[in-house]
Design a protein around this ligand. Structure first.
Ligand SMILES: C[S@@+](CC[C@H](N)C(=O)[O-])C[C@H]1O[C@@H](n2cnc3c(N)ncnc32)[C@H](O)[C@@H]1O
Length: 189
């Protein structure tokens, strides 16, 4: 019994240390990337907002054929991977500047012919053919999107903005789960 408790305590101590180290490294990575790149850190969409936004997009993608779906700052591929798996008839493109999320998302997409990730600043991308656009960016970047991305989009294009809205354009609708941090906005141009 004594041995069993000692081993259990050791295992728990090792596991606890590992969890703290992993969380510490992940946190430091997010802070460093966010600070040095001066862009949104690669925090993925998550929880109820992610699920609702994806479900909303699924309804749209089910109703049409041959759409081009773009994620502006695609992070780890959290939004595009499940959609690309579900809709082989649509084309998906993610633009991501941070190396680690970019390489991981590319690896995760290796078997999906309809999904591409580009290590590129999305402000330099040609978005005139985008039908559906996702973004989860800081307010400063949303202001820039309003000035540089929105004018490029074709009539009828739909934009989903997680958490931060376009500053001066009224959304078609929005869905909130209680706080501004759990809200997404839908625009149709
Ligand atoms: C908050 S994360 C969102 C990731 C993903 N869209 C999601 O919802 O799960 C924002 C991502 O945008 C990337 N990003 C910010 N500005 C960018 C730019 N100009 N070009 C490409 N990627 C950018 C960041 O590196 C970060 O990974």
């Amino acid at each position: 019994m004594f041995y069993f408790l000692t081993i259990l305590a050791l295992v728990l101590a090792v596991l606890g240390t590992l969890i703290i180290v992993v969380l510490g490294v992940a946190g430091a990575y997010l802070i460093v990337v966010g600070r040095f790149m001066r862009t949104s850190p690669p925090v993925p969409s998550s929880g109820r907002v992610k699920d609702a936004m994806l479900q909303d997009a699924v309804t749209l993608l089910e109703a049409q054929q041959n759409l081009t779906v773009v994620d502006l700052g695609s992070g780890w591929g959290t939004l595009l991977l499940p959609l690309a798996r579900k809709f082989p008839q649509h084309r998906f493109i993610g633009y991501e500047l941070a190396r680690l999320p970019y390489f991981i998302s590319r690896w995760r997409a290796r078997k999906l012919a309809n999904l591409q990730f580009a290590r590129q600043d999305f402000f330099t991308a040609d978005l005139v053919n985008a039908d559906v656009v996702f973004c989860f960016l800081l307010p400063t970047a949303m202001q820039q999107c309003q000035e540089k991305i929105v004018p490029q989009l074709q009539a009828g294009a739909v934009l989903y903005a997680n958490r931060f809205a376009l500053p001066n354009i009224a959304p078609l609708r929005w869905k909130s789960f209680g706080s501004a941090y759990e809200t997404y906005y839908v625009y149709r141009f």
